[in-house]
Design a protein around this ligand. Structure first.
Ligand code: HEM
Length: 404
């Protein structure tokens, strides 16, 4: 038992593991730690054990189980009793197990294959170019987050979903209230009413977005689980549409790290074919999700230890991605690793990120365009003074002042 480690702990640098977690690396593959509410839970820190457990059917994603361990007090507060409607969205996909999960996921898969996302490269480049022109037009200095990193993935994802451009601001505002506001129930009702109207419009006049794919049943029937039909389609759309925040965070945090690693940045500028590998290496090293949570639904023996039925299990992404049994010099940024894609920043197993192809291509085009078009891009404030939110559950800079 690592008595000293209490979860969660804040990072002191936005792209390094929380220092208080470091003793856990010495205890790989797993350790028992204390959750903020006093409960004992398991912290998994080895890549191999993470992969094994994340594909074990006794490891559940069911957020409605009363024993579910809330890793972050901030998330526990959001999913409170008065906001149960939010759970409908959380349990549309990421919060369900087994056959119901796989049938629902199958509905979405055709819209997110690498082929479909690669076909969207011209649309993604156009959105990136337009946002960059807007930022340049407003002149230096700029806060790269609202000026570029945040709006680019929102516009791309909503366009891909088939949400009309003129509704993006409304959708973004109300989704934000749904995720973070005290009025989540009202926001849910407002979004569902909007989705009803949008679905009626799409039925009259179909397009080629993810919503249109779902309505056409291209991934299979929508009659799995308790929530069915158009309500299921709407909750799936709302769950998927929430995926842009992580990509925006990766764009801003990656640029922050690259600007502090001029040699690596120069290598990318000299050879843009390194970008796809660089994207995965940045995902590995920055590990923006602090972890992935699960619940054991049966006793599980792992390497002489028993994880008991009802125990919470946390996969500590930032330590798993720096497992020295997998990576040489795990703390450094390197573009030529044989195992660049082996990280768990997109999770692993049945729930592995549905949007990973989109996230990778968006990052590649957004970072590649910034690097190519702005050779003089630099921080407009000392790196140590750039603010970040250490308690959000995933890493996020709150400002990124840059000039060029
Ligand atoms: C760099 C950006 C991203 C990161 C780091 C990321 C990370 C993750 C992680 C760690 C999971 C697994 C959660 C779990 O197992 O409990 C996940 C699942 C998911 N992600 Fe992402 N994500 C990103 C971008 C996106 C985008 C752009 C979308 C939208 C298309 C998206 C949609 C989803 C969905 C729908 C799931 C649930 C999949 C399932 O349960 O089957 N993500 N993501």
């Amino acid at each position: 038992m690592t008595e000293t480690v209490v979860f969660p702990q804040d990072r002191t640098c936005p792209y390094q593991p929380a220092p208080a977690y470091l003793p856990l690396a010495a205890e790989r593959p797993l350790a028992q730690v204390a959750l903020y509410d006093g409960r004992r839970v398991w912290a998994i820190t080895s890549r191999d054990m993470a992969r094994r457990l994340l594909t074990d059917p006794r490891i559940s994603s069911d957020r409605t189980n009363p024993a579910w361990p809330m890793m972050f007090p901030v998330i526990a507060a959001t999913v409170s009793d008065v906001q149960q409607k939010v759970m409908k969205i959380v349990t549309a996909l990421v919060g369900v197990d087994g056959a119901v999960h796989s049938a629902r996921r199958k509905m979405l898969i055709p819209s997110f294959t690498l082929r479909r996302i690669n076909a969207q490269r011209p649309m993604i480049q156009e959105i990136v170019d337009r946002q960059l022109e807007r930022m340049l037009g407003n002149g230096a200095p700029a806060d790269l987050i609202p000026a570029f990193a945040a709006p680019v993935p929102v516009t791309i994802l909503y366009r891909l979903m088939g949400i009309p451009d003129e509704d993006h601001d409304f959708f973004e505002k109300v989704s934000h209230q749904l995720a973070a506001g005290p009025n989540a129930n009202e926001a849910y009702d407002e979004l569902m009413a909007y989705m009803d109207k949008l679905i009626a419009r799409k039925r009259r006049n179909p397009g080629d977005g993810v919503l249109d794919d779902l309505l056409a049943g291209r991934g299979g029937a929508a009659d799995v689980g308790e929530v069915r039909g158009e309500e299921l389609i709407s909750t799936l759309v709302l769950q998927v549409a929430g995926g842009h925040g992580t990509t925006g965070t990766m764009i801003s945090l990656s640029m922050f790290v690259l600007l502090q690693n001029p040699e690596r940045l120069a290598e990318l500028r000299a050879d843009p074919s390194l970008l796809p590998t660089a994207v995965d290496e940045l995902l590995r090293l920055l590990s923006i999700p602090d972890g992935v949570s699960r619940l054991a639904t049966d006793d599980i023996e792992v390497e002489g230890t028993t994880i008991r039925k009802g125990d919470g299990v946390f996969f500590i992404t930032s330590l798993i991605n720096r497992d020295e049994n997998v990576y040489e010099t795990p703390d450094s940024l390197a573009w030529h690793r044989a195992s660049a894609r082996d990280h768990v920043s997109f999770g692993f197993g049945a729930h592995q990120c549905l949007g990973q192809n989109l996230a990778r291509v968006t990052m590649e085009i957004a970072l590649g365009t910034l690097i190519r078009r702005l050779p003089g891009l630099r921080l407009a404030a000392p790196a140590g003074e750039i603010p970040f939110n250490p308690t959000a559950g995933f890493q996020v800079l709150t400002e990124l002042p840059v000039t060029w």
